[in-house]
Design a protein around this ligand. Sequence first.
Ligand SMILES: Nc1ncnc2c1ncn2[C@@H]1O[C@H](COP(=O)(O)OP(=O)(O)O)[C@@H](O)[C@H]1O
Ligand SMILES: [Mg+2]
Length: 330
Amino acid sequence: MTQQPDDILALDHLGKTFRVGFWGKKVQAVRDVSLTLKRGESLGYLGPNGSGKTTSIKCILSLIQPTSGKIRLFGADPSDATARARVGYLPEAPYFYDYLKPTEVLDYVGKLYGLDSATRKKRIPYLLDRLGLAHAMDRELRGFSKGMLQRVGIAQSLLSDPDLLIYDEPLSGLDPIGRKEVRELMAELRREGKSMFFSSHVLTDIETLCDAVCILDRGEVVAQGRLSDLLRMDKLESEALVDLPTDGQDAATTRLLAVAGVELMEQTGAMLRLRLPTDAVPGLTAAVVDVHATLRELSQRRESLEELFVQRAVHVSTDGQRTVPASRSA
Ligand SMILES: Nc1ncnc2c1ncn2[C@@H]1O[C@H](COP(=O)(O)OP(=O)(O)O)[C@@H](O)[C@H]1O
Ligand SMILES: [Mg+2]
């Protein structure tokens, strides 16, 4: 066997500009995105709507051409048929004719992938069974729920037993049960060793599914790296609950908040909830003793992915000032 390179996907300063409207106004959908995906890894490509996720995926699949930068897929150009054959793709909103049955859809896609009839006959019932669609394999798609359609989409992405799965928003538009099913299925595929690249604008959904993330905002990368590193990145934070002494509460509060890095989150009567970098804990405990307060509780705060996303999804305005968008919670 030949030695396989470790990087199965590499984007090198990828950029894509569209020209829209009569005047050919430029829309920079993707700007300068670089990333790599190693064999067996799962990468979450995150960002709010319109941030350039689908555009990047289309470039990776050679459905559209990048304006700048380079893409390597299994060490080859994305237009290379051999490289493409190793990818299973689930589009953002898979559309199938609703008079077709799952078996017909899969047979059609199997032919596109060049699978011979014997392989299709074996693989299609196997996949439908695996995806819990065996009971519905000869029913027309028109009666299918969104979750069932998504499973048909996933089944077609697995037909050629690909090494890399590229899923565009696999969890969007599903009800909670559908989300859970698809998430579990993806976790299973990941355990089986498939490499994954999938996009999402719903952060909490993907936290358990990926090793690394790349967060996009308006076409630009605002944070990327291994999830564990990003979540720990600049500050390992702690949270402290402190009971103030009966006397001299104002002075005590001032003294506690003077400890470098300590921030007041909340005050309820004589109780303070403080947030601080973990390396400031010794300073805080010393101050607590000084002012005769009581440290009631000290715990580690783990920055959630959601918080990270909100923090990082800052916009660089025209004067170069970085500003946090007013509302970015949806
Ligand atoms: N074919 C196209 N023509 C013009 N603009 C496009 C086209 N496709 C996407 N865009 C624009 O590019 C930006 C990124 O879109 P998209 O990649 O679909 O984002 P996402 O998938 O993150 O929601 C958006 O501003 C979108 O309007
Ligand atoms: Mg999209």
